[in-house]
Design a binder for this molecule. Sequence first.
Ligand code: HEC
Length: 148
Amino acid sequence: MRKLSVFVAMFVLGASAALAMSGAEAIKARRDLMKADGAATKPVVAMLQGKAPFDLATVQKALKTYQNAASKEPALFPPDSKTGDTNALPVIWDDNNVADLDARFKKMGEDATAALTTIKDEASFKATMPDVLKSCDGCHEKYHAKRQ
Ligand code: HEC
Protein backbone atom coordinates (compact mmCIF):
# COMPACT_ATOMS: atom_id res chain seq x y z
CA MET A 1 0.00 0.00 0.00
CA ARG A 2 2.68 2.44 1.07
CA LYS A 3 4.80 1.54 -1.96
CA LEU A 4 1.84 2.16 -4.19
CA SER A 5 1.13 5.65 -2.80
CA VAL A 6 4.78 6.65 -3.17
CA PHE A 7 4.56 5.49 -6.74
CA VAL A 8 1.35 7.46 -7.30
CA ALA A 9 2.86 10.59 -5.71
CA MET A 10 5.91 10.35 -7.95
CA PHE A 11 3.71 9.84 -10.97
CA VAL A 12 1.56 12.87 -10.17
CA LEU A 13 4.55 15.10 -9.47
CA GLY A 14 6.29 13.91 -12.60
CA ALA A 15 3.20 14.47 -14.69
CA SER A 16 2.66 18.04 -13.50
CA ALA A 17 6.31 18.90 -14.14
CA ALA A 18 5.96 17.50 -17.65
CA LEU A 19 2.78 19.51 -18.21
CA ALA A 20 4.43 22.76 -17.08
CA MET A 21 7.24 22.11 -19.54
CA SER A 22 4.94 21.25 -22.37
CA GLY A 23 2.97 24.50 -21.95
CA ALA A 24 6.05 26.65 -22.60
CA GLU A 25 7.17 24.32 -25.37
CA ALA A 26 3.75 24.43 -26.99
CA ILE A 27 3.83 28.25 -26.98
CA LYS A 28 7.25 28.30 -28.62
CA ALA A 29 6.28 25.67 -31.18
CA ARG A 30 3.03 27.40 -32.17
CA ARG A 31 4.72 30.78 -32.43
CA ASP A 32 7.52 29.34 -34.57
CA LEU A 33 4.96 27.83 -36.95
CA MET A 34 3.10 31.16 -37.11
CA LYS A 35 6.33 33.03 -37.77
CA ALA A 36 6.95 30.69 -40.70
CA ASP A 37 3.41 31.43 -41.94
CA GLY A 38 4.12 35.15 -41.66
CA ALA A 39 7.45 34.92 -43.50
CA ALA A 40 5.90 32.83 -46.28
CA THR A 41 2.98 35.26 -46.62
CA LYS A 42 5.01 38.46 -47.05
CA PRO A 43 6.12 37.85 -50.67
CA VAL A 44 2.65 36.54 -51.52
CA VAL A 45 1.00 39.75 -50.30
CA ALA A 46 3.56 41.75 -52.32
CA MET A 47 2.44 39.81 -55.41
CA LEU A 48 -1.23 40.46 -54.63
CA GLN A 49 -0.46 44.17 -54.32
CA GLY A 50 1.42 44.16 -57.61
CA LYS A 51 4.68 45.05 -55.85
CA ALA A 52 6.40 41.83 -56.90
CA PRO A 53 6.02 39.71 -60.03
CA PHE A 54 3.86 36.57 -59.75
CA ASP A 55 5.92 33.50 -58.97
CA LEU A 56 4.08 30.18 -58.73
CA ALA A 57 6.83 28.39 -56.78
CA THR A 58 6.77 31.02 -54.02
CA VAL A 59 2.98 30.76 -53.80
CA GLN A 60 3.12 26.97 -53.58
CA LYS A 61 5.79 27.16 -50.91
CA ALA A 62 3.53 29.42 -48.83
CA LEU A 63 0.56 27.08 -49.27
CA LYS A 64 2.65 24.12 -48.12
CA THR A 65 3.81 26.14 -45.11
CA TYR A 66 0.14 26.75 -44.23
CA GLN A 67 -0.66 23.04 -44.64
CA ASN A 68 2.15 22.13 -42.28
CA ALA A 69 1.13 24.70 -39.67
CA ALA A 70 -2.56 23.80 -39.91
CA SER A 71 -1.81 20.14 -39.24
CA LYS A 72 0.39 20.84 -36.21
CA GLU A 73 -1.18 23.89 -34.55
CA PRO A 74 -4.28 22.21 -33.04
CA ALA A 75 -2.07 20.15 -30.72
CA LEU A 76 -0.26 23.27 -29.48
CA PHE A 77 -2.96 24.96 -27.38
CA PRO A 78 -3.08 22.81 -24.21
CA PRO A 79 -4.74 24.44 -21.15
CA ASP A 80 -1.38 25.06 -19.48
CA SER A 81 -0.23 27.21 -22.41
CA LYS A 82 -2.75 29.95 -21.59
CA THR A 83 -0.15 32.04 -19.78
CA GLY A 84 3.51 32.64 -20.57
CA ASP A 85 5.31 34.23 -23.48
CA THR A 86 2.21 34.32 -25.63
CA ASN A 87 -0.08 36.74 -27.46
CA ALA A 88 -2.88 34.20 -27.69
CA LEU A 89 -6.00 35.56 -25.97
CA PRO A 90 -7.22 33.68 -22.86
CA VAL A 91 -10.70 33.62 -24.39
CA ILE A 92 -9.48 30.54 -26.29
CA TRP A 93 -9.55 28.52 -23.07
CA ASP A 94 -11.94 30.52 -20.87
CA ASP A 95 -14.89 30.26 -23.20
CA ASN A 96 -14.12 26.79 -24.46
CA ASN A 97 -13.16 28.01 -27.92
CA VAL A 98 -10.45 25.42 -28.57
CA ALA A 99 -12.79 23.46 -30.86
CA ASP A 100 -13.51 26.63 -32.87
CA LEU A 101 -9.79 27.32 -33.12
CA ASP A 102 -9.16 23.77 -34.35
CA ALA A 103 -11.95 24.08 -36.93
CA ARG A 104 -10.34 27.26 -38.23
CA PHE A 105 -6.97 25.53 -38.59
CA LYS A 106 -8.68 22.66 -40.39
CA LYS A 107 -10.27 25.10 -42.86
CA MET A 108 -6.94 26.87 -43.38
CA GLY A 109 -5.31 23.49 -44.22
CA GLU A 110 -8.14 22.47 -46.55
CA ASP A 111 -8.10 25.84 -48.33
CA ALA A 112 -4.33 25.57 -48.81
CA THR A 113 -4.66 22.05 -50.20
CA ALA A 114 -7.40 23.13 -52.62
CA ALA A 115 -5.41 26.21 -53.67
CA LEU A 116 -2.39 24.06 -54.54
CA THR A 117 -4.54 22.58 -57.31
CA THR A 118 -6.54 25.69 -58.23
CA ILE A 119 -3.70 28.19 -58.52
CA LYS A 120 -1.96 27.67 -61.83
CA ASP A 121 -1.26 31.21 -63.02
CA GLU A 122 -1.53 34.83 -61.99
CA ALA A 123 -5.28 35.06 -62.71
CA SER A 124 -6.18 32.01 -60.60
CA PHE A 125 -3.78 33.25 -57.90
CA LYS A 126 -5.51 36.62 -57.68
CA ALA A 127 -8.92 34.95 -57.65
CA THR A 128 -8.09 32.37 -54.97
CA MET A 129 -5.39 33.61 -52.65
CA PRO A 130 -7.32 36.39 -50.86
CA ASP A 131 -9.86 33.82 -49.65
CA VAL A 132 -7.08 31.58 -48.32
CA LEU A 133 -5.63 34.52 -46.39
CA LYS A 134 -8.99 35.32 -44.80
CA SER A 135 -8.37 32.44 -42.39
CA CYS A 136 -5.39 34.29 -40.91
CA ASP A 137 -7.19 37.56 -40.22
CA GLY A 138 -10.42 35.91 -39.10
CA CYS A 139 -8.67 33.90 -36.42
CA HIS A 140 -6.33 36.67 -35.28
CA GLU A 141 -9.25 39.03 -34.87
CA LYS A 142 -10.77 36.68 -32.30
CA TYR A 143 -7.80 35.04 -30.67
CA HIS A 144 -4.65 37.15 -31.12
CA ALA A 145 -3.88 40.02 -28.77
CA LYS A 146 -2.00 42.01 -31.42
CA ARG A 147 -4.26 41.13 -34.35
CA GLN A 148 -1.41 40.48 -36.75
C1 HEC B 1 -7.08 29.28 -36.07
C2 HEC B 1 -6.36 30.46 -35.65
C3 HEC B 1 -5.26 31.02 -36.48
C4 HEC B 1 -5.07 30.99 -37.84
C5 HEC B 1 -5.95 30.35 -38.90
C6 HEC B 1 -3.84 31.70 -38.10
N1 HEC B 1 -3.30 32.17 -36.94
FE1 HEC B 1 -1.57 33.22 -36.75
N2 HEC B 1 -1.79 33.23 -34.74
C7 HEC B 1 -2.84 32.67 -34.03
C8 HEC B 1 -2.61 32.81 -32.61
C9 HEC B 1 -3.53 32.32 -31.49
C10 HEC B 1 -1.38 33.47 -32.48
C11 HEC B 1 -0.68 33.84 -31.16
C12 HEC B 1 0.26 32.69 -30.77
C13 HEC B 1 0.95 32.93 -29.45
O1 HEC B 1 1.46 34.07 -29.22
O2 HEC B 1 0.99 32.00 -28.62
C14 HEC B 1 -0.90 33.73 -33.83
C15 HEC B 1 0.29 34.40 -34.15
C16 HEC B 1 0.73 34.72 -35.42
C17 HEC B 1 1.92 35.48 -35.73
C18 HEC B 1 2.87 36.09 -34.70
C19 HEC B 1 3.97 35.07 -34.42
C20 HEC B 1 4.89 35.52 -33.28
O3 HEC B 1 4.68 35.08 -32.16
O4 HEC B 1 5.79 36.33 -33.57
C21 HEC B 1 2.02 35.56 -37.09
C22 HEC B 1 3.10 36.26 -37.91
C23 HEC B 1 0.91 34.82 -37.64
N3 HEC B 1 0.13 34.32 -36.60
C24 HEC B 1 0.67 34.65 -39.00
C25 HEC B 1 -0.39 33.91 -39.52
C26 HEC B 1 -0.67 33.74 -40.94
C27 HEC B 1 0.15 34.35 -42.06
C28 HEC B 1 -1.77 32.95 -41.03
C29 HEC B 1 -2.50 32.47 -42.27
C30 HEC B 1 -1.74 31.85 -43.28
C31 HEC B 1 -2.21 32.64 -39.68
N4 HEC B 1 -1.35 33.24 -38.79
C32 HEC B 1 -3.31 31.88 -39.38
C33 HEC B 1 -3.95 32.06 -34.57
C34 HEC B 1 -4.13 31.77 -35.92
